[in-house]
Design a protein around this ligand. Structure first.
Ligand code: PRP
Ligand code: URA
Length: 224
């Protein structure tokens, strides 16, 4: 396991790249156009689990003792933070499910957003959040492209006084990471992989295409 601290603007900022060949083999699978929807969701869920385990090692812990059958005490570290897991529909859902397996006691929140394919701006259609005051909020979304969707979610979360905000993504574009950290350098970002390019229509390159469609199929435009 290797933690790479990336340097931005001559400042150490918390982007944690959990470099691991098992995780990379899962990223390879979700990039593969032949991976079907069911497999795609399953691989994303695994990625969520692995990255969440990496996140856990950086959380506050408390010690707990257990007396074994040998009548000797063993001491272990447990996560000592109140966690709220949040995701952005649709594509964030399988990744979120994987993170939830690692933090099953967490409360959960949901955002529904639509990205306008021309302006690349997301509109927030639905927000369901538990109280997040002084809690650690982990936002899991599969793709961090321009960062626009995450930023909309972050701004809503920030107004409600969280202790800290952590982002998990499967693939993040460098530009999206930079946009988030420009907004708030205290946010901790855990991408499973960072891609270099964002094309003119806001897709990550090499990326994996439209993550929502890869999970659930094409969507139609419904005006309401
Ligand atoms: C994807 C992804 C993010 C967003 C990232 O969702 O799950 O929410 O794009 O792009 P951004 O960083 O440029 O905002 P998408 O808009 O494709 O919606 P979907 O999940 O419903 O398909
Ligand atoms: N949303 C996606 O689903 N894929 C991208 O590459 C960018 C945004």
């Amino acid at each position: 396991m290797k933690k790479v601290i990336l340097f931005f603007f001559i400042q150490i900022i918390s982007v944690s790249l959990f470099s691991n060949p098992i995780l990379e083999s899962l990223v390879y699978k979700i990039r593969d156009p032949d991976t079907d929807k069911k497999e795609f969701r399953e691989y994303l869920e695994k990625i969520g689990e692995y990255v969440a385990i990496d996140v856990a090692k950086d959380l506050n812990t408390k010690k707990q003792n257990i007396e074994t059958v040998m009548q000797v005490k063993a001491e272990h570290n447990f996560v000592d933070e109140e966690i709220v897991l949040v995701t952005i529909l649709r594509a964030g859902l399988p990744l979120f499910n994987g993170v939830f397996k690692v933090f099953p006691e967490a409360e959960a929140g949901f955002f529904a957003m639509q990205r306008n394919e021309k302006t690349l701006k997301a509109s927030v259609d639905y927000v369901a959040l538990p109280p997040i005051d002084n809690k650690t909020v982990i936002i899991a979304d599969t793709m961090l492209a321009t960062g626009g969707s995450m930023l909309d979610a972050i701004k809503i979360v920030e107004k409600r006084n969280p202790k800290k905000i952590i982002l998990i993504s499967a693939i993040a574009a460098q530009e999206g990471i930079d946009n988030i950290l420009k907004h708030n350098p205290d946010i901790e970002i855990y991408p499973a992989y960072v891609d270099p390019i964002l094309n003119e229509v806001g897709y990550i390159v090499p990326g994996l295409g439209d993550a929502g469609d890869r999970c659930y199929g094409n969507k139609i435009t419904v005006s309401h």
